[in-house]
Design a protein around this ligand. Structure first.
Ligand SMILES: *[C@@H]1O[C@H](CO)[C@@H](O)[C@H](O)[C@H]1NC(C)=O
Ligand SMILES: *[C@@H]1O[C@H](CO)[C@@H](O)[C@H](O)[C@H]1NC(C)=O
Ligand SMILES: [Cu+2]
Length: 174
């Protein structure tokens, strides 16, 4: 009985794993959100933003801009100059819902500012990130030619699928 519970748990875990391959969701500012006087540069440091990932062809990383007080801020995508000057060209469309999710669809440098009052210039509401190209599976090390393609290099997506099958089969058997 205990073993069937374990297998059911495994099957459930496997069933939910594919959801995580839909892209990594980066909550800008973590629990503080998109807000005044937060050090977004430090927040971005060390984070790896990718176009997609190595599991799904076009599942991109997501930037989530959430402000606790909905209409208090907005998000403007600008270029490097606009980032430096805290200015956006006329006609730039502001994201204003207070919970805006931006998929990262192309690699390169990306800049975002808050266009409300002097939040960018005076209160540090500006974020610059570098989006890396789609991740690729690491090439086998040339010094270890005996390592086969099976085993450790199975894509996690296949791992989840295998786990799901194992779980379902186990449930049927038990
Ligand atoms: C993702 O793939 C779907 C199906 O192939 C396609 O319709 C969609 O445009 C793609 N999205 C992006 C952002 O490439
Ligand atoms: C970058 O933004 C600045 C200021 O918003 C604007 O004047 C300039 O034309 C933009 N440059 C490019 C290459 O789009
Ligand atoms: Cu603001």
């Amino acid at each position: 009985m205990a073993s069937s519970i374990i297998f059911v748990t495994l099957a459930l875990v496997a069933a939910f794993v594919p959801a995580s391959v839909m892209g990594t969701d980066f909550m800008v500012g973590d629990d503080k959100g998109w807000t005044l006087d937060f050090d977004f540069q430090t927040w971005a440091e060390g984070k790896q933003f990718y176009v997609g990932d190595n599991l799904e062809a076009n599942a991109s990383s997501l930037l989530q801009f959430s402000s606790i007080r909905g209409g208090a801020h907005n998000v403007l995508k600008v270029n490097g100059t606009g980032f430096q000057q805290c200015a956006a060209p006329a006609g730039t469309v502001a994201l204003t819902t207070g919970n805006d999710v931006i998929p990262l669809l192309t690699p390169g440098r990306k800049w975002y500012i808050c266009g409300v009052a002097k939040h960018c210039a005076a209160r540090n509401m500006k974020l610059a990130i570098t989006v890396l190209p789609k991740t690729v599976s690491p090439a086998p090390a040339p010094t270890t030619p005996e390592v086969s393609a099976a085993g450790g290099t199975v894509a996690p997506g296949y791992y989840a699928l295998i786990m799901a099958i194992v779980g379902v089969v186990a449930i049927v058997i038990v």
